[in-house]
Design a protein around this ligand. Structure first.
Ligand code: ANZ
Ligand code: ZN
Length: 822
């Protein structure tokens, strides 16, 4: 008998699929469509197990849907701009373009080795001019709608490397490359006005019924809508009011100090030529190493500085000191806070540290909390105290009343704040999409003419790792003419954040080769939205939010057919080894190549799909891989052994013996279970275990004396078909071996016979005095009397009872007969 030669089999079928263009998708609008998408990878050069998991999940679903008659779009591409290519250029002198395309080639081959059913004719690479041309086109649409603008913003600047660093290149305030302290430098940078979409991005989350709740919650928190009010405080001896944003206007009477973000423009004015001027500068210098995320952390050690001035509480005229502090951000609300230590933990920590008064204004009504001697801020609901005319109200009610009062007196108003910031998209990097903007002394910023796109990345660039933007080193790139007035002008030398590239690739796949338009609207209309998106939970916030933002924008300007891109979302769990995330830094990586070489792609796929449900973490197990390999061998052996006796048999048959009925029952319930698990719930692991039971039953059945060859043939065929989405190569091979000419991929998914789902007989348990004594087969579905009657008249039961006296009979039809005897 033939050995299972996975190497030969897998190569053979991969070639067959490719030669026969089996996975090519047509835009056939008469067919029901399904768009199944996995997140495209960054081409690092090596596939890791996380990729294998992500793509195997998608592949099973695709193959299943295809066999169920859907026209499935299942594309793949490359998120191929980004820093690693540029670092390789600086380190090893390889041009990013060469490095990237070499990696793409390698990874594409690895994907093909896994037998994944992609339509490679739709492949996109974001670093290809055919793609980034349309990226630039989108940017220009944003600019034309007033949604792209330039603003000064501090960047991380390494004075020794003379270059801008990304946040991840700054470790504890130190440059990752040269280990010198990093400073800040103000640079003009491009932003996208995503905040204009904040409200819609938030409310439309409720439309996303097919998304995991945890992802929706993360999106909501990131957008972070806060409803509250703005309140104006006068500053003693200063002619401008200080406006604060608060979510708790009810605590206004409890304000005991004010805090400005150190970057607040008033700070300089208020301390100019005072003893505080230099102290503020020192404070700012220390602070520059903390980013906004560190500064908002609850466990941040609060630090601040009194700046010598006082503000007046507009409700009670109380004079309170003004501080600057590390925990107040310039970029949120108004950059200023009314501090209420009694009811805000950050303010409480700060007040205790600096000896500032704590005035409670909400009474918890709980004798266990001593309101005049708080150990921590009281943040729950309660009754208003120390608040003049508002005393006695519930504090929620007081929020409304106080805002009304402020509005009447024109010292404040209702206000909504989003945590979401505009999106800083400028990068001082080479390997990204050039921002297609031109600066003219007379006309200001002007977009490149659309007919001149793409603005190509120049090739004469020096990769020194120094300077602001590498594009400034090109001799040819910068000098151009103004598209508006024709005068000499300069091109923007920043490139785009790579998150832009991945915000619309799913739209491009619907018409990937279009050179006239970003995509044909009819094609996009047919395919969009993506029916199922699959990817890592690490992209649950930014990537998905940006993709939703782009889709809404392209919808608004009349291009995208839907205003949400992804109907259903599956976030797959991580791959672990020895309880830790598989990663280079931990040193516990098992490479997909190693597994494919040793066992073949089908085994790798089967193990990964069987070991755990897709959303859960997956613990790597060598024994599990072995087990999957053994199972495939077992199926292979079974089919090859039976081939001769089933080849010329007719498929129609009548179920005769109890064993026939049992096999038919197992076959049909397995088909049903696999259909439900794969089609609806992505429970691949349970689908595979039921296939394993089916195989066991086939092994049992084939050894019987009296076997029904028609049934056997039908079972073997259906086994191959339902296993084929998981382990496609071996299933093609077996399918061919038993005499079929066409690919399994083109065969319809098997139906199951409802009638065969009812068992003729069931096994019941007989207990005597609570102990299991016997298991017997009896007819299925009897009512209580019939059941008791038949069970009691069974010879074995009679023998057990003999002449003892029956005290009690407990009968659970189809399951259990318990006799109490004396
Ligand atoms: C007074 C107050 C009393 C506050 C109280 C809270 C509780 P969220 O919910 O996240 O929007 N705040 C306002 N601007 C800030 C800034 N730029 N940096 C740091 N903190 C800032 O938070 C809103 C609350 O955070 C605001 O309400 C303000 O403190 C603070 F018992 O005002 B609150
Ligand atoms: Zn001009």
């Amino acid at each position: 008998m033939e050995r299972y030669n996975f190497n030969e089999i897998e190569k053979k079928w991969q070639k067959y699929w490719e030669d026969n263009k089996l996975f090519k998708t047509d835009d056939d609008e008469t067919k029901k469509k399904y768009y199944l998408l996995e997140m495209f990878p960054y081409p690092s050069g090596k596939l890791h197990m996380g990729h294998v998991r992500n793509y195997s999940i998608g592949d099973v679903a695709t193959r299943y849907l295809k066999m169920n008659g859907y026209n499935v779009l299942h594309p793949m591409g490359w998120d191929s701009f980004g820093l690693p290519a540029e670092n390789a250029a600086i380190k090893h002198g390889i041009h990013p373009n060469i490095w990237t395309w070499d990696n793409i080639k390698e990874m594409r081959d690895q994907l093909k080795e896994l037998g994944l059913s992609y339509d490679w004719e739709r492949e996109v690479a974001t670093c290809h001019p055919d793609y980034y041309k349309w990226m630039q086109w989108i940017f220009i649409q944003f600019f034309n709608k007033g949604l792209a603008y330039k603003k000064k913003n501090p960047v991380n600047w390494c004075p020794s490397c003379q270059t801008v660093l990304a946040n991840e290149q700054v470790v504890d305030g130190i440059c990752e490359r040269c280990k010198s302290p990093v400073g800040k430098k103000d640079l003009e940078q491009w932003y996208l006005k995503i905040t204009d979409y904040a409200d819609r991005l938030l409310t439309d989350i409720d439309k996303l019924e097919g998304w995991p709740n945890k992802v929706k919650l993360m999106q909501k928190n990131w957008i972070g809508k806060s409803v509250g009010g703005e309140v104006d405080f006068e500053i003693e001896g200063f002619d401008k009011n200080l406006t604060v944003f608060t979510t708790r206007p009810d605590t206004l009477f409890g304000v005991t100090y004010m805090v400005l973000a150190p970057e607040h423009p008033y700070v300089e004015e208020l301390t100019l030529n005072t003893e505080y001027e230099n102290k503020v500068k020192d404070f700012m210098n220390k602070l520059q190493y903390l980013n906004d995320i560190d500064r908002s952390a609850t466990n941040l050690e609060k630090e601040g500085l009194f700046i010598g001035k006082y503000a007046i509480n507009p409700l009670n005229g109380k004079k309170v000191p003004i501080y600057i502090a590390n925990y107040v951000l310039m970029d949120y609300g108004t950059g200023a806070v009314m501090a209420v230590p009694a009811h805000d933990q950050r303010d409480f920590d700060f007040a205790i540290k600096y000896g500032i008064e704590v005035i409670p204004v909400i009474d918890p009504g709980n004798p266990e909390i001593d309101i005049n001697n708080l150990k921590e801020a009281f943040v729950a609901e309660g009754t208003m105290i120390n608040s003049d005319q508002f005393n006695g109200m519930n504090n929620k009610e007081a929020i409304i009343k106080i805002v009304e009062f402020l509005e009447e007196k024109k010292i404040g108003k209702k206000s909504i704040n989003f945590r979401l910031r505009d999106w800083l998209i400028s990068r001082q990097r080479y390997w990204g999409t050039p921002i297609p903007m031109i600066y003219c002394e007379d006309c200001g910023w002007v977009p490149e003419k659309e007919e001149n796109l793409p603005v190509m990345l120049p090739t004469d660039v020096v990769f020194s790792g120094k300077g602001e933007s590498p594009l400034t080193t090109s001799k040819t790139f910068q000098d151009t003419v103004c598209p508006k007035c024709g005068k000499k002008a300069k091109r923007e030398t920043d490139t785009m954040d790579t998150f832009l590239d991945s915000s619309w690739y799913f739209l491009r796949y619907t018409d990937a080769k279009n050179s006239e338009e970003i995509f044909d609207k009819d094609k996009a209309k047919y395919w969009m939205p993506v029916d199922q998106y699959i990817g890592g939970v690490e992209h649950a916030i930014l990537h998905l939010l940006y993709a939703r933002f782009f889709t809404k924008f392209l919808y608004d300007i009349g291009f995208a057919p839907t205003d949400e891109p992804f109907k259903n979302l599956l976030t797959q769990g991580m791959v672990l080894k020895d309880g830790k995330k598989m990663s280079k830094s931990v040193g516990n990586v098992v490479s997909p190549e190693e597994i494919i070489n040793k066992y073949g792609a089908d085994t790798a796929r089967l193990f990964i799909l069987f070991a755990s449900p897709p959303e859960k973490e997956l613990e790597w197990s060598d024994a599990g891989v072995e087990g999957s390999f053994r199972f495939i061998n077992r199926v292979h052996r079974l089919v090859f052994e039976l081939t001769d006796i089933i080849t010329n048999v007719q498929n129609n048959y009548i179920l005769e013996s109890t064993d026939d009925k049992k096999l038919a029952y197992v076959m049909n319930t397995t088909i049903k279970k696999v259909s439900e698990d794969v089609g609806g719930r992505f429970n691949f692991n349970t689908a595979i275990s039921s296939i394993m039971e089916f195989v066991n039953e086939l092994y049992r059945y084939k050894e019987l004396e009296d076997i029904n060859l028609g049934l056997l043939k039908d079972s073997v065929e259906k086994l191959i078909l339902i296993l084929s989405p998981f382990t496609p190569h071996i299933c093609e091979e077996m399918w061919q071996h038993i005499g079929h000419k066409e690919s399994v991929y083109k065969v319809s998914w098997p139906d199951y016979d409802e009638g065969a789902l009812v068992k003729d007989t069931v096994e019941i348990v007989i207990q005597i005095n609570g102990k299991v004594k016997e298991r017997i087969e009896i007819a299925n579905g009897l009512n209580k009397d019939e059941f008791t009657d038949i069970a009691m008249n069974n010879d074995k039961v009679k023998a057990l009872i003999k002449d003892k006296k029956i005290v009690k009979i407990i009968a659970v039809p189809n399951k259990l007969l318990n006799l109490v005897i004396k």
